[in-house]
Ligand binder design. Structure first.
Ligand SMILES: Cc1ncc(COP(=O)(O)O)c(C=O)c1O
Length: 382
């Protein structure tokens, strides 16, 4: 058996370019409202194939701003998959809306379009497809639903940099896409996010709402300090240092994604065929995954927590996506009265999955080690 390793679930890789670009910002005087954010936005939009990109402080704030930009009203409803990060639900709550949770598909963990349609009411204003673990949702079905019922499509793209749906990148398909640059993600700006859209009017609203609702940005004021405020905006801006790091990360992104694909292939090859676990596919219909991580759903008879402890003891870092379906988290349960058993597929995933690392910090050799350790732990616990 191989000697113990230390493979965290996620580890950002910051190169010399990121350090040099960040240092240049720190040596200058423009720390925010500057050219680095503009450059990062332009490069990211080109990368995703969206017309516009707007830097923000996180994916969560990007989702909230997206709802505000579509003139969302207090009490409006948004369809949200039950199996997601709490950020997706919280963004709706912060925007004054009501998340209406929908179960996900057993084959992929993505929102179930049939269940979503059944949950539509006269107050439904938007749907938030979350591209679960990097596999794009069935966007044909979601766009058809949105068209039929007049809904905005606010894509949660936190885990999908490098994914593909029928030749398009998520974030360039719906009304808006919101990306996360948290350290464990495909690329990082420490904290941070980006909203993409093909709609120029929405872009202008996003920029306005991101910065207090000022009628004029810093560079547009004829007399410095004179401005008016048009809306109840936020301060959800990204700093110049973060944008500089993001520009450097974009240069490494192809290599990052290639490593994720390679590691995912090694894990799939090594773990498929084990009766005690279920894996989600890397390709499904028109969707090709961005390979954020590999979930293994364990047979109900296996003690998941024991497996996690043993994997961690062997130096294999793990995570959970996600520990509890959002509607069954205490805040949502108490507010809306959701009960166990209402989201059977989400509950199955949350109750049985372990997320394994495939990020670029994981070498091919590490990926083989992960396979070997998972097989060993499963054989001792099934
Ligand atoms: C699906 C999903 N949406 C949103 C977020 C929140 O991203 P951020 O931390 O950039 O707000 C996460 C974080 O992991 C996530 O997994």
């Amino acid at each position: 058996m191989d000697a113990k390793r230390n493979i965290p679930f996620g580890r950002p890789i910051l190169g010399e370019t990121e350090k040099r670009l960040a240092a240049e910002v720190l040596e200058g005087t423009v720390l925010t409202h500057g050219p680095r954010c503009a450059e990062f936005e332009e490069k990211f939009a080109a990368r995703i194939g969206a017309r516009h990109a707007v830097t923000v402080s996180s994916c969560t704030t990007g989702l909230q701003l997206s709802l505000m930009a579509i003139d969302f009203q207090r009490g409006d409803e948004v369809l949200v998959p039950a199996e997601t990060h709490v950020a997706t639900g919280h963004a709706v709550e912060h925007a004054g809306g009501k998340p209406v949770f929908v179960d996900v598909l057993r084959e992929t963990g993505n929102i179930n379009p049939v269940a979503a349609e059944a949950a539509i009411t006269p107050r439904t204003r938007a749907i938030m497809p979350v591209h679960y673990l990097g596999l794009p949702c069935d966007m044909d079905a979601i766009l058809a639903l949105a068209d039929k019922h007049g809904l905005a499509v606010i894509e949660d793209c936190a885990l999908v940099v490098g994914g593909d749906y029928d030749g398009k990148h998520p974030g360039a398909i719906g009304t808006t896409g919101s990306f996360s640059f948290y350290p464990a993600k495909h690329m990082t700006t420490l904290e941070g996010g980006m909203v993409t859209t093909n709609d120029g009017k929405l872009e202008a609203k996003l920029r306005n709402l991101r910065a207090f609702g000022y009628d004029k940005g810093l560079g547009e004021r004829k007399v410095p300090g004179i401005y008016d405020v048009m809306a109840l905006g936020h301060n959800f801006r990204m700093s110049e240092v973060q944008a500089a790091v993001g520009i450097g990360q974009l240069e490494q992104l192809d290599g990052f994604i290639e490593a994720r694909r390679r590691n995912t292939a090694i894990l799939h090859e090594g773990l498929s065929g084990i009766d005690a676990i279920t894996l989600f596919p890397v390709k499904f219909g028109k969707a090709r995954s961005a390979c954020y991580c590999v979930n293994i759903m364990l047979d109900g008879a296996i003690d998941r927590n024991e497996c996690i402890m043993q994997l961690n003891a062997a130096g294999v870092g793990t995570s959970l996506h996600y520990p509890v379906p959002v509607p069954l988290m205490r805040y949502y349960r108490e507010k809306y009265g959701y009960n166990d058993g209402e989201f059977p597929v989400s509950e199955w995933i949350s109750g049985s999955a372990i997320s394994l690392p495939v990020g670029p910090h994981v070498t091919a050799d590490d990926a083989h080690y992960i396979v070997e350790r998972v097989r060993h732990v499963l054989s001792g616990n099934s």
